[in-house]
Design a protein around this ligand. Sequence first.
Ligand code: NAI
Length: 328
Amino acid sequence: TRTPVNVTVTGAAGQIGYALLFRIASGHLLGADVPVKLRLLEIPQGLKAAEGTAMELDDCAFPLLKGIDIFDDPNQAFEGANVALLVGARPRTKGMERGDLLSANGGIFKPQGKAINDHAADDIKVLVVGNPANTNALIAQAAAPDVPAERFTAMTRLDHNRAISQLAKKTGADVTDIKRLTIWGNHSATQYPDVFHAEIAGKNAAEVIGDQAWLADEFIPTVAKRGAAIIEARGASSAASAANAAIDHVHTWVNGTAEGDWTSMGIPSDGSYGVPAGLISSFPVTCKDGKYEIVQGLDVNEFSRARIDASVAELIEERDAVRELGLI
Ligand code: NAI
């Protein structure tokens, strides 16, 4: 029998946590033959609700779930963690300046990064979901100098999945026919969903669509502002779809991308495509044997270049702001 994989989830009592934990426990995160132990981190006010969720997890009698522990101390929660899903974050509230938002999140992601550094397993893989995800990942990574930098990633898979779904709707194709889509840049309204290298049933997506105005005026804003549209419709932010994307991100990272396809992940730049090294930015990546690689050699046309640069400029601003605050 396999040793269970320790999965730490922060913000476990939140709405994404509620949608995420049951799918981890049922085997969707790592694979249908991989036993897991859950380590839940909450703030003291969230502990009781986390205990309630743990009771429900017990009540599912999931064959793969080998334990649930709940903590309000990151040092304990990340002890022996193989996978860490950093979901809990400080949301932006009305009237909050960016500096306040970044410092509040620095207060969460810096100690969590340090706890990962000091207590996680050697093979730790980290996904940051909590917003601003890319910059929170950068803060956590900077606090974990002993962990290889590439183990810190930020989630743009929800954007990736949203873009695939919009393309399928527009063209009448099946979602499974859409490959090689890329989200570039920041998980924010400046993100750039790129279809120029994407394929729809084997044909170039931009050519199949043949309508640059639709791309610029409909597709890109629809994908970039989908989060706000969900809030408007649901009265609450994306939760099950965000949890699903977190599952997809880690599953792909661990189990690999399909031959001929790629995915999008926020990862530390190595300088590829003119993105300054060290920034955590979304790229097209292939995954194999638990490692990812940036897809190289793609032609970036003028339309794409301007949009990638704009999103990267925002990431640079965020990085400079957290640097000034002494968070990295
Ligand atoms: P929520 O407010 O329902 O839950 C957040 C939970 O985190 C709460 O239970 C809270 O007590 C907990 N928490 C706060 N600080 C913590 C800390 N220091 N340690 C442990 N737990 C802590 O929020 P929801 O809807 O679950 O969203 C979580 C985050 O995910 C938000 O930042 C949201 O913006 C982000 N998000 C990111 C997406 C992406 O695509 N990257 C998509 C959707 C949401």
